[in-house]
Design a protein around this ligand. Structure first.
Ligand code: ZN
Length: 307
């Protein structure tokens, strides 16, 4: 049995699944915010609950909104800031008495969707979480590619490519730089653009709904979002040329993206030829927790990946 844990800023979700990826049990609890020891205890508690419920023991993987530094062994880049500077994998391993694997949550999305989701069997998958912020992750042959700095896929903190005069230098990002893609291509960026254009405050979900209902102001803002996302994805194609993109997070539910992006990409991709599929995450919100469970190697019969 495999157990996956998705550590989010507000909820911790854990799922047990069998060798075929069939869900056996699932629990979720509120995240003990600003309480590191409480977070480790909550994660371990969910594993114990799943093992009691199923009567089996499992391998444990966890997706976190950050990464573990190869150099220091400590969490870095987590927007759940109470995790930063802590050896979460070691502490969770100690609490559970077994080895635990930890990866960035966007990498978990990519692994989940490459294993048995929308991009099943694709060799190189680039996952994008378009939520409050924007995260990227890379799976190669169904395994995380984090890289020696743990920053593989951290595309959201590259600058918005080909900025026009109004987009330059761009808003200040929490990472300390200006104009990061995350500041533009995210629910937060969409809501900021709407507020600055119309003077009205609306959530990303409301803006997408207004766009789908035919509101002109919302259409102009969604048009800009799609163009910026196309520019961002074009640089991924020009760098990595993945076999597929998979989009997750709240904004990935906007169906217009899947018509619009393939038409926009050739404008920006070198050579102007683009056949890369852009897919909606099959498992939606569950991709993170499923990908965490799949962090343990796929068994031999499942490991056939093709371009
Ligand atoms: Zn940034």
């Amino acid at each position: 049995m495999r157990i996956g844990i998705d550590l989010g800023g507000t909820k911790i979700e854990a799922l047990a699944m069998d060798e075929q990826g069939k869900e056996l049990a699932r629990y979720r609890v509120d995240t003990p915010r600003d309480d590191y020891d409480g977070t480790v205890a909550a994660m371990a508690g969910l594993v114990h609950l799943l093992e009691e419920k199923t009567g089996r023991t499992g391998s444990v993987g966890a997706g976190i909104p950050g990464s573990i530094s190869e150099k220091s062994g400590l969490v870095k880049n987590a927007n759940s800031t109470w995790l930063n500077g802590r050896p979460l994998d070691k502490d969770l391993s100690a609490a559970l008495g077994r080895e635990v694997r930890i990866a960035n949550d966007a990498n978990c999305l990519a692994v989940s969707e490459a294993t048995d989701g929308a991009a099943a069997g694709k060799r190189v998958v680039f996952g994008v979480i378009l939520g409050t912020g924007c995260g990227g992750g890379v799976a190669i042959d169904g395994r995380v590619h984090a890289g020696p700095n743990g920053t593989g896929g951290e595309w959201g903190h590259n600058p918005l490519p080909w900025p026009n005069a109004e987009e330059n230098p761009g808003p200040l990002c929490y990472c300390g730089k200006r104009g990061c893609l995350e500041m533009w291509v995210s629910g937060t960026g969409l809501a900021r653009d709407y507020q600055q254009t119309t003077g009205r405050q609306r959530s990303a979900r409301e803006i997408i709904a207004a766009f789908e209902a035919g509101e002109r102001e919302a259409a102009a803002i969604v048009d800009r979002l799609e163009d910026r996302l196309a520019r961002g994805l074009a640089t991924v194609i020009n760098t990595l040329d993945p076999d597929a993109f998979v989009l997750g997070g709240g904004l990935s539910l906007a169906q217009h993206l899947y018509e619009s992006l393939p038409k926009r990409l050739p404008t920006y991709v070198f050579g102007r030829e683009v056949d890369t599929p852009i897919l909606q995450a099959r498992f939606g919100d569950s991709s993170g927790v499923r990908g965490a469970a799949w962090l343990w190697p796929v068994s031999r019969e499942r490991s056939t990946f093709s371009a």
